[in-house]
Design a protein around this ligand. Structure first.
Ligand code: ADP
Length: 591
């Protein structure tokens, strides 16, 4: 049985009662599944008649106000949140928010930041964005920032987290052009000083994966973006900065400066970070206009309009945000050119004055060869050269590769999509396999790449291993056991795999683009400097040349290879530096 608590939540000038309840105690696996599925639904379904009336009244009111003509600038309808004031009956067992008190020695002034994004490790992660949403807030907490991360409460979030979430309140929110209202619940989870608030709505977030198809994703992220702002007002947690991530949160700055302009949260400044410009949330104007409920004038070319008939959610966010960041300096320049600009290069050149690059870091506690519980053998700087061999042997054994520490093992950990330069890899693969080299692939994605790697594995048993799967543990073992990691991307906003590889003493072989260029210094045989091997133009021959240079060093000058391996382990790839730059940016926006 869930236990509940009545708790006060201040919203504007009023104090209202909201329910707080902890998750059920231990359940069987089957019960757990059903409960996860039912939580949101049952919360909505459990509405009392009186509450239903409030919701439908709000809906009627919205229909009346929003069904009218297109609003003009400055005349837009304001966001409406219908608060629920019903108190819960039973007594609570609530996970208390541990106050994060400013320590002596922390930089002043303290700043509050709300992160809004679509994924975050360990709850849900499909790529680098999930890592950043996890690690950057934690690094900011250490720099005297008060951070709240707002995420959708997807059904696929593992039960171990779902069961620890605490109910923080609910309200009905109007969304669409015709004023349809939707249930919004707020579930909270606190970890290491960071507060995670999950926007709960069974109808929108119940798919197995966070991203499905644009037909579903457009309404989902319209609702999420608007609900995130409404939740901040509802919780009366008004941050100095709202830091939005990628297209899924692209409408946040647009809502903030239009429908929320006269609400408390509008005092916040916004930062919008581009983690990957390829995905923008583009769809027909009528659909986005309907679901967002945004005023018609926004669908003008300079804001949301793209081409003749489409609206672009990311484009709107970039226009309205106070500051744009992307995840490396090189990518910040590249996206202002037609080749990398994904049709937004002119828009980004126009907004270049507020655009800058800040290179990502990695979480050095998770990615720590000395303590990593997923490795066959832990190692540190002093014994890395020897212990990496043991990890290599363990990797070869577990993957069915020929066990031999002298083989040159190349790892590739990646989404298997065009972005990642895999056509170059499959082109050179026959020449790569020279009898002394092994290739370990870990990834999922486009069928043509999955099948190509399966094919090569079939023809090269014991030499090539295609792990067509998503597997955190195996990723850790490859980072530790491989000699080199291949990242030949067509474009790479920052790239985390080369940073993780370096931290584990695995030498990156990368194309000089985006963050790969900013983080991997090419090996210089004359000065003995550098962290990896690089090539510039997107050509298979140049990739092969880079791999061959790496092999030559490995097989003929092992002491120089080992010295580079150790240089890589020493490189600062932590979040500290990036977090400091974000903090400076926040202070520029809100001195
Ligand atoms: P992107 O965000 O473009 O996918 P990044 O290099 O920024 O690429 O981040 C990729 C992250 O996802 C890294 O943490 C990497 O280890 C992880 N990753 C990618 N594919 C897999 C996989 N198949 N199994 C486990 N981890 C993976």
């Amino acid at each position: 049985m869930a236990t509940k608590k009545k708790e006060s939540v201040q919203v504007g000038k009023e104090i209202i009662a909201a329910e707080a309840k902890t998750a059920p105690e231990k359940k069987t696996e089957a019960e757990k599944k059903t409960t996860v599925r039912k939580t949101a639904a049952s919360e909505s379904a459990a509405k009392k008649p009186a509450e239903k009336k409030t919701a439908s009244k709000a809906a009627e009111k919205k229909t009346a106000s929003a069904a009218g003509k297109e609003e003009k600038p400055g005349k837009e309808k304001k966001a409406t949140v219908t608060k629920k004031t019903e108190a819960a009956p039973a007594e609570p067992e609530i996970q208390e928010a541990e106050p994060v008190l400013p320590d002596a020695g922390l930089p002043e002034p303290r700043r509050s930041v709300a992160f809004i994004g679509s994924e975050c490790y360990p709850f849900v992660k499909t790529g680098g964005l999930g890592d950043v949403m996890y690690a950057l807030p934690r690094a900011l907490v250490k720099l005297n920032c008060d951070v709240k991360v707002i995420l959708p409460r997807y059904r696929c979030i593992p039960w171990e987290y779902q069961e620890k979430m605490v109910y923080r309140g609910e309200f009905m929110m109007d969304l669409c052009m015709d004023g349809r209202c939707f249930y919004i619940g707020i579930m909270e989870y606190i970890l290491d000083g960071v507060v995670y608030d999950f926007i709960d709505n069974e109808e929108f977030f119940s798919a197995g994966n966070p991203y499905t198809n644009l037909v579903d994703d457009i309404p989902k992220y319209c609702l999420f973006s608007k609900a995130a702002l409404a939740a901040l007002n509802y919780l009366n947690w008004i941050p100095d900065i709202i830091h939005c991530h990628d297209w899924q949160a692209g409408l946040v700055p647009v809502y903030l400066r239009t429908l929320f302009a006269d609400t408390p949260v509008a005092s916040a400044k916004t930062v919008l970070t581009i983690h990957n410009l390829r995905f923008q949330g583009i769809y027909g104007i009528p659909t986005i206009k309907y679901w967002s409920g945004l005023p018609g004038w926004l669908f003008d070319y300079s804001f949301l309009k793209q081409g003749d008939n489409d609206a672009n959610m990311f484009k709107g966010g970039l226009a309205f945000t106070d500051s744009i960041t992307t995840v490396s300096n090189t990518y910040a320049g590249e996206i202002q050119t037609p080749f990398y600009g994904e049709n937004l290069d002119a828009h980004l050149r126009y907004h270049a004055g507020k655009l800058r690059g800040i290179v990502n870091g990695i979480d050095c506690e998770i990615w720590n060869a000395e303590t990593d519980p997923l490795l066959a053998v832990n190692y540190r700087f002093d014994d890395a050269v020897e212990k990496k061999k043991e990890n290599k042997l363990a990797l070869q054994e577990s993957l069915g590769l020929e066990k031999n520490p002298d083989k040159f093992v190349i790892g590739l950990i990646s989404r298997l999509t065009d972005q990642k330069g895999l056509d170059l890899v499959t082109t050179i693969l026959p020449e790569l396999l020279d009898g002394n080299t092994q290739l370990v692939v870990l990834g999922t994605g486009d069928a043509r790449y999955e099948n190509a790697f399966r094919y090569y594995e079939g023809n090269n048993k014991g030499t090539v291993c295609a792990n067509i799967m998503y597997d955190e543990g195996r990723a850790h073992q490859i980072y530790a056991g491989a000699d080199a990691l291949l990242v030949p991307s067509l474009f790479e906003p920052c790239g985390l795999t080369q940073l993780i590889a370096m931290r584990y003493g695995t030498v990156p072989i990368v194309r000089e683009t985006g963050g790969l260029k900013d983080t991997v210094q090419p090996y210089n045989a004359y000065t003995g400097e550098g962290n990896g091997f690089t090539f510039d133009r997107y050509e298979a021959g140049l990739l092969l040349d880079a791999v061959n240079r790496a092999k030559t060093l490995y097989f003929t000058e092992r002491e120089n290879w080992d010295a580079m391996l150790l240089r890589d382990m020493e490189k600062d790839v932590s979040w500290e530096n990036a977090a400091r730059q974000y903090r400076e940016l926040y202070l520029q926006l809100k001195p």
